[in-house]
Design a protein around this ligand. Structure first.
Ligand SMILES: *Cc1c(COP(=O)(O)O)cnc(C)c1O
Length: 454
């Protein structure tokens, strides 16, 4: 008898994070190392030491398959983990599809998304290393709020550079961060060289994740008591998110099914990696035939239109070079409501899996994404984050293809967060004012011309 939801008890919270690096290497898809922008040689751990505690740097380059989760981190996870897995019976009915649709819901965390899974781990390792202050960037405010909560638990001060367009569109996320004790600024600011140089070119700059990262990195690199914390892209961030997929494996077993296709939205790639990598392990190591789909905005189509090259992680060009899908580190996407998907690059792990044909990209316009969000809210009840709605749209496409083909495929997607602080975007959609942005081919060409030659 099929149920609506599949729940696990606290004992089922994973005891380890899953590191896919050794399994990718064994499958003939080794991860290219980050390199120094001047020498083009692989960077050593010391290059990252001004920004991150050594425990996280070790995780970044680890070749261990399983990395144990500290007890204190697991204790905090118990506030909201394990998260539920739902079967979307009502959505299936509305779509008249023979497909079975499952979703893992990360929106039940106190911050409303998957992001606390890594925020808590990062705050913990920084506190263990004696760090008193962190800086970070945030797009829609999801990462900033997750880290604000985590820093508050571990007694660390936090300063957040929030992308200006989101700061204006989403005041409640700022207030959440302040409630948990963080200081929040609209980026670009006048407080850093990176921010001042952007404002000199464009005083009305809407900001971007790339710019905000430059500002947060600059401050952390120039202060001894301060480290930097990143909410996506890096290996250690994806690693921490693998609790999602490890739980989902257990829950799909409870449901007596196995996914034919695993779907998520991708900004920097962390929530999707969190769900997908434990299933990817079963494809790489055990020969499962699972397909993997990553959904992104047409206004920032990193994996569907970007190139797989070495590029900077930030706009000012201060980070090491990483090989990834990129639209160019100076590319500033239009102010779509899925603020968390406005990043020029992509996690090197996801990029490599795309380049080697394991993951396929799908790009969607935001009005279509909101059609899916509304249909989901009206069938399943949960009002999704605009980012997560990209994954819903991809799942709906799969369900409709299953109807066409008359097959009973099993679809699993990650519902990375709720949209309770995105209601201004819903209002625009409901009043017919939400616009689509054409793919900005000219702006991307300009930005791609600025990528360093390696
Ligand atoms: C930040 C965010 C994303 C995008 O970031 P990833 O690192 O790609 O997961 C997606 N969904 C939600 C709800 C977010 O907050």
């Amino acid at each position: 008898m099929s149920q609506y939801k599949y729940l696990l008890d606290e004992k089922s919270i994973p005891t380890h994070w899953y590191n896919i690096a050794p399994d990718m290497a064994a499958a003939g898809s080794p991860l290219p190392p980050p390199i120094h922008p001047a020498t083009h040689q692989p960077i050593g751990p010391e290059a990252l030491a001004p920004l991150f505690p050594m425990a996280l740097i070790q995780q970044e380059v680890s070749t261990e398959r399983n990395i144990s989760i500290p007890d204190e981190v697991r204790e905090v996870y118990k506030l909201w983990r394990p998260t539920p897995l739902y079967r979307a019976h009502r959505l299936e009915q509305a779509l008249q599809t023979p497909a079975h649709i499952y979703y893992k819901y990360e929106g039940i965390s106190p911050a409303g998304s998957h992001k606390p899974n890594t925020a808590v781990a990062q705050a913990y390792y920084n506190r263990e290393a004696g760090i008193k202050r962190l800086t970070t960037e945030t797009g829609a405010g999801q990462w900033g709020s997750a880290l604000a909560m985590a820093c508050n638990f571990f007694g660390i001060e936090l300063k957040v550079y929030m992308v200006r367009v989101s700061y204006q569109q989403k005041p409640y996320r700022r207030i959440m961060m302040e409630t948990w004790g963080a200081k929040v600024l609209a980026s670009p600011t006048n407080e850093t060289n990176a921010g001042r140089s952007i404002l000199a070119q464009d005083p009305d700059s809407p900001g971007s994740l790339g710019i905000a990262i430059s500002e947060a990195v600059e401050e952390a690199a120039t202060r001894d008591d301060t480290n930097y914390s990143l909410g996506s892209v890096l290996n250690h961030v994806l690693l921490h998110q693998t609790v999602i997929g490890q739980e989902a494996l257990q829950q799909m077993e409870l449901a007596g099914e196995y996914p034919d296709v695993v779907i998520g939205c991708v900004g920097g790639g962390s929530n999707y990696a969190g769900l997908a990598l434990p299933f990817m392990r079963e494809r790489l190591v055990e020969g499962k035939k699972t397909r993997f789909l990553a959904a992104e905005p047409e206004a920032c189509p990193t994996i569907t239109r970007g190139e797989y090259l070495y590029d900077f992680g930030d706009t000012a060009g201060t980070t090491p070079l990483m090989q990834m899908h990129t639209l160019g580190h100076t590319f500033i996407p239009a102010g779509i409501h899925a603020g968390g998907l406005r990043y020029h690059g992509m996690a090197p792990v996801i990029s490599k899996l795309v380049a080697d044909g394991y993951v396929q990209g799908r790009a969607y316009h935001q009005t279509k994404v909101f059609d899916a969000a509304i249909q989901f809210a009206r069938t399943e009840g949960i009002i999704p984050a605009p980012e997560s709605a990209h994954a819903i749209q991809a799942a709906v496409d799969e369900a409709l293809a299953a109807r066409e083909a008359g097959d009973r495929r099993v679809i699993l997607f990650n519902l990375s967060g709720h949209g309770h602080f995105d209601l201004a975007a819903y209002e625009q959609y409901l009043s017919g004012k939400l616009e689509d942005y054409a793919y900005p081919a000219e702006k991307v060409r300009e930005a791609m011309a600025g990528i360093p030659k390696v």
